[in-house]
Design a protein around this ligand. Sequence first.
Ligand SMILES: *Cc1c(COP(=O)(O)O)cnc(C)c1O
Length: 220
Amino acid sequence: MDIGKNIAEIKDSLPPVTKLIAVTKTKSPETIMEAYRAGHKAFGENKAQELLQKFEELPKDIEWHFIGHLQSNKAKYVIPFVNMIHGIDSFKILKVVNKEAKKNDRVVPCLLQFHIAQESTKFGLDEAEAKEFLNSETFPTLKNVYIAGVMGMATFTDDHEQVRNEFRKLKNIFMWLQNDYFSGNPEFSEISMGMSDDYQIAVEEGSTMVRIGSNIFGSR
Ligand SMILES: *Cc1c(COP(=O)(O)O)cnc(C)c1O
């Protein structure tokens, strides 16, 4: 596996607006260092304790993205240093992140995760839930988080049209939120969608961040 070459090839295929998050879950610090030495600095993890361990062990100029479902009692492990939380899937977790961020005197960028797949197992908000908390009186009082955009995962299927429609749905949700809640707010700008098997489709549908693991580091 030539990790540096894999990263270079993927980056070459991405438009300038799309950022690569190299997903390192289950991979060792030595493996991550191969990507780091090749010049890559943005990594994603989906388990809080694993992320904390790697943060402690690896160079401090790495930009860490938390990409999974964050449990309330684990937020404290990652909030002191994380660059972005991609998986805000409830108002409750947003409030927890805000509270921990406040303790650390930080403002943490968060993406709202929407449920766009057919599968019932994937976490995520629907439009009604998002609307409810964005309209609440509490939301504007959360000063230690800001909403930087949306995130979603498509169904795991060979049906490319279905995957495309799901990504399109996320883009439409992004545009709805931008228009109704975040207009004139340049911080609301990210659409995190696309993984190893479907990132090309996601890019065609407007992804600004792809989260890719297997295509870089091999299968897990
Ligand atoms: C594991 C994971 C990825 C990367 O998956 P690959 O198929 O290995 O590219 C992306 N996003 C999330 C949320 C993940 O958990």
